[in-house]
Design a protein around this ligand. Structure first.
Ligand code: NAD
Length: 255
């Protein structure tokens, strides 16, 4: 039986450790027949070591989404390995420590600006960097944490995710005529490196134990990865500007 990404070429950002949502997305994408290329930020040798745990060998390209030269050269660097892309995964989030953990009222603009640049604007920057490789359309999928609500401790990542969600809708608006779909997975809490950098993340995650209709496991990034792979596939052909919740259903529960 062939996989749902058979014959597709997918660029995946955001692999850092095996706890990364991007790692599981890459694993599932390969299992579903895709050819995958990764980008890594900063600790390239670590990313390469983690990437060896994927079912098939992959290339890792360096990409800091706030580095204009990295973005400008990305398409050419991808072309050295793959001629075109059918999908791009944005699995990137960062906010400085003083923008997280209960310091919302005192965070300086510089820290907010960094969070917005790396976590929200980067969806547009990455998509445009990959556009020359997506002449026949494709799918862009990113990851959010439901920005409809103010969460404990999440602070300026909240407005950054709200900006990411809006950016995804505007990209969907402007890239529809090229048959490029842009969607997000809104994941429940997962104990990745990004999550552990939020002081008090455990308190936030505890909400899921109490209120999630489906049992939620913060140590398992696979459900979020499955959602991303589904949105990359041909099984959501007319879905764009959408946010699919992979959160155990918590978003639907009022109290
Ligand atoms: N963990 C959660 O609870 C959770 C829930 C919902 C959504 N998300 C989102 O999922 C995505 C992936 O996070 P994760 O939980 O897998 O954590 P992670 O720490 O494994 O991944 C975050 C990635 O962002 C990358 N990154 C940071 N700054 C960058 C930059 N300047 N350029 C390029 N890459 C950069 C890191 O290298 C890392 O690979 C993020 O958008 C995150 O906000 C996470």
């Amino acid at each position: 039986m062939s996989g749902i990404l058979e014959g597709k070429r997918i660029l995946i950002t955001g692999v850092l450790l095996e706890s990364s949502i991007a790692f599981h997305t890459a694993r599932l994408a390969q299992e579903q027949g895709a050819e995958v290329i990764l980008t890594g930020f900063g600790r390239l040798t670590l990313v390469e070591r983690i990437a060896k745990r994927l079912p098939k060998p992959v290339q890792v390209l360096e990409l800091d989404v706030s580095n204009a030269e990295h973005l400008d050269t990305l398409a050419d660097r991808v072309r050295e390995h793959l001629p075109t892309l059918d999908g791009v995964v944005h699995s990137i989030g960062f906010a400085p420590q003083d923008a997280l953990g209960g310091n919302f009222l005192n965070t300086p603009w510089e820290s907010v600006a960094t969070a917005m640049h790396v976590s929200a604007y980067s969806l547009k920057a990455l998509t445009m960097a990959c556009l020359p490789l997506m002449q026949d359309g494709g799918a862009v999928v990113g990851l959010t944490f439901d920005a409809q609500f103010a969460w404990p401790k999440y602070d300026w990542m909240g407005p950054a995710k709200a900006a990411l969600e809006a950016t995804s809708r505007y990209l969907a608006r402007d890239l529809g005529e090229r048959d490029i779909r842009v969607n997000l997975v809104s994941a429940g809490p997962i104990g990745s490196m990004a999550a552990k950098s939020i002081p008090g993340f455990e308190d936030l995650a505890a909400t899921w134990d109490q209120r999630s209709p489906l049992k939620w496991d913060i140590s398992n990034p696979e459900p979020a990865g499955r959602g991303v792979v589904a949105l990359l596939s041909d099984w959501f052909p007319k879905t764009t500007g959408e946010i699919v919740h992979v959160d155990g259903g918590l978003h639907a529960i009022g109290a």
